[in-house]
Design a protein around this ligand. Sequence first.
Ligand code: SF4
Ligand code: SF4
Length: 317
Amino acid sequence: MAEDGCTPKEKGFLTDTDKNPSNILPQKLTLDSRLKFRCHPGVSCFTACCHNIKIVLTPYDILILRGRLGMAAHEFITMYTTPAYLEKTDMPGVQIKLRDDTGGCPFVTPEGCTVYSDRPTACRYYPVGMADFHEGGTNEAKEEKFFFLVKEPHCKGFEEDREWTIREWRADQGVDTRDEMNKEWLRLIMRRKSFGYQASLSEAAKRMFFMASTDLDSFRNFVFNSSFLDTYEVDEETLRAIREDDVALMHFSFRYLANTLFGAAGMQIRREKIDAKVREIKQRQDEAVKKAEQEYVELKAQYEQLKQAQEKKESQA
Ligand code: SF4
Ligand code: SF4
């Protein structure tokens, strides 16, 4: 969406390209492909696409929007969002809560979007979706990326005569910056998706993912006011950054989640914690061995008793 426009229907800024296949043109595009499109207050469909839509919010979207509105994260989440599962996984996230009366986004007015310069990632994508296949969701995996057009019948923007390359369009919409901010978080979801449900994720892990993804205030509180720093080694520079800077904290949360949810490298457990864990495991093993020995002795005694009873019976017969 350009100028003071808005954005239609659910968009594929995640890779869910099969959501509405009839509206997706079957052509893989590159950054140099061309697109004819313009959205502005003069189009007859102006703001139509800010109604009855699903706008999933990324952690960066939430950070920017709540900053714009001057709200604490939990206030923003309560007032403007509703729970959503991300990308057909069991990963919990949020989407914008539409108004009950109009079905419209709470930020849309007849004049356009009231948070336009801080609008969410999903709103910036239309009408150019991106499919990003990051094999297994890992950093090292080969990435395959292409673009596609989402063309909905009610959207008159395609009838305008402004022409762009996909690269120009994305730059104009500020999508590249958002992609950079969102990529580690999207990778977590892709990891979950590629692991499938065979790999179980505990409810506590899902709660942690939700908290870190939606409420950085609570995540900061968790880092600084729990046993977190007794468990993990975090250098002074990082600590300074995440205490003050929300974006640094957000990236740190992605690193922490990748480590705890999927075993990725990037977090260092303190030596004394590892030693204590090793001692605990060894103690449990020792106790198990002792118990097994005890059971063996008891079984052997029972066997001896039975044997003696049997011999006695045979000698009396
Ligand atoms: S945030 Fe703005 S652009 Fe996005 S749906 Fe709402 S009003 Fe439209
Ligand atoms: S032209 Fe398309 S993107 Fe712009 S307001 Fe109309 S439907 Fe929405």
